[in-house]
Design a protein around this ligand. Structure first.
Ligand code: PLP
Length: 422
């Protein structure tokens, strides 16, 4: 059938993913979708390459599981995937098919999402400061929900998108436990909430709710509770100002697909019950998860293209580095896992338990900072062996540059559906 993705396929198109995702959405997964174990799948791609080249694997099975996990733990909270985290078209298509909404921050992101047939009503324009050109575009395509946190943004919204409903983004004071606190750049301070709400209301805008973002990778569930309490206080301010009743609570992102997620979800569900007890039915709760859905669904595979031996120490070069897929993990290596994959023709010579060496992996550019992995233990690798990097879906390709002429956006993505998930 046309939608089947061969296991050793050429890079996937978003349409293929869409069709595949619609097949796997229910309980039934057709036999035809490859369910190769990840390493087998990776080997099949490598053995079909003309020249050794890096590539990504998107595991749709992981993504389907994550969506099930989200729906199970946060059944009343609709996810709007934060596109800046990973804008791979195939991934966006799969998310759309799985029913997600989207958090966009620019014209290009809005266009990318709309190109998959997503309704503009499933997009929140969650950049509190929007360029005029981008805002006009949002108005023209009917993206009618946006965040703001300043008087001047209200002026801009009145002028270029008067029909837009607004969410007031509030700063969350205790977001220091997260890795990338956002409270200094974005969000109204507590004393600014009333003036901003009043200003927007008088200007003629409809403020439908409150949003916040606790920062990327919040490590403590209590920051969400504090933020939900702050949102409640802002709802109360709107009531005191006798504004039309607000009904949207946007709890932002910051989630990771790890065991802590269950605890965070429980805290959030409890906090919503505690702080919004009466409004259970007419409160629309949304979230803007990025990392949660993208991080573990992608694996990156890179060929070893250079090697240097210095005594015990081994140094390797791969064709992607900190100006490409490894930009943010350079600051955050906690999730990235690297494992070697020997090219098949060396396989027979390898010992079952090979010796390891202190190894460094460099990226391709002429910047000595361009180091992907520093001082890890790896078995001996030869040119054209591969390194497999797991959990590479969050803020990797989406934040890459073409510094020094290395074009990261040219790295293809292949789709699989691992059998572990069926
Ligand atoms: C980046 C961002 C997100 C996603 O954050 P994650 O930590 O990846 O979940 C959500 N909302 C806004 C407004 C953002 O800027």
């Amino acid at each position: 059938m046309a939608f089947i993705i061969p296991s050793i396929a050429s890079p996937i198109s978003s349409l293929q993913v869409k069709l595949a995702a619609s097949q796997v959405k229910g309980a039934h997964i057709p036999h035809d979708i490859p369910r190769l174990e990840l390493t087998t799948f990776i080997r099949s791609i490598i053995s079909n390459q003309e020249d050794p080249k890096p590539f990504y694997v998107l595991d749709l099975g992981v993504l389907v599981n994550l969506m099930e996990k989200w729906n199970h733990c946060l059944p009343n909270i609709r996810p709007f995937f934060a596109v800046k985290c990973n804008n791979e078209p195939a991934f966006l298509a799969a998310m759309a098919t799985l029913g997600a909404g989207f958090d966009c921050a620019s014209k290009a992101e809005i266009e990318a999402v709309l190109s998959h047939g997503v309704s503009p009503s499933k997009i929140v324009y969650a950049n509190p400061c929007k360029g005029e050109y981008h805002l006009k575009h949002a108005a023209s395509v009917g993206v009618n929900l946006a965040t703001f946190d300043s008087m001047d943004e209200v002026t801009k919204l009145r002028r270029f998108h008067p029909k837009c409903s607004l969410l007031l983004r509030i700063a969350v004071s205790n977001d220091k436990s997260s890795w990338r606190a956002l409270g200094t750049k974005f969000g109204a301070l507590p004393e600014e909430v009333a003036p901003l709400l009043r200003h927007a209301h008088r200007a003629g805008s409809t403020v439908v709710g409150i949003s916040f973002h606790v920062g990327s990778k919040a490590s403590e569930s209590k920051v969400y509770r504090g933020a939900i309490a702050a949102a409640r206080a802002a709802f109360d301010v709107a009531d005191e100002l006798e504004m039309p009743k607000m009904h949207v609570l946007d709890i932002g992102g910051g989630f990771k697909a790890n065991p802590l997620f269950d605890e965070i979800a429980e805290t959030i569900n409890d906090a919503i019950k505690d702080y919004f007890p009466e409004s259970h039915d007419d409160l629309d709760v949304i979230a803007e998860p990025g990392r949660f859905f993208a991080e573990t669904a992608f694996t990156m595979v890179a060929n070893v293209m250079g090697k240097r031996v210095r005594g015990e120490k081994r140094e390797y070069w791969i064709s992607d580095g900190i100006y490409g897929s490894f930009n943010l993990p350079a600051y955050d290596r906690s999730s990235m896992i690297v494992s070697p994959l020997h090219h098949s023709h060396h396989l027979h010579t390898h010992n079952p338990v090979p010796a390891t060496y202190p190894s460094t992996v460099f990226g391709p550019t002429c910047d000595s900072l361009d180091t992907v992995v520093d001082d890890c233990k790896l078995p001996e690798l030869e040119l054209n062996d591969f390194l497999v990097f797991h959990n590479m879906g969050a803020y990797t390709t989406s934040a890459a540059t073409n510094f020094n002429g290395f074009n990261i956006s040219a790295i293809p993505t292949y789709l699989t559906f691992t059998s572990a998930n069926s």
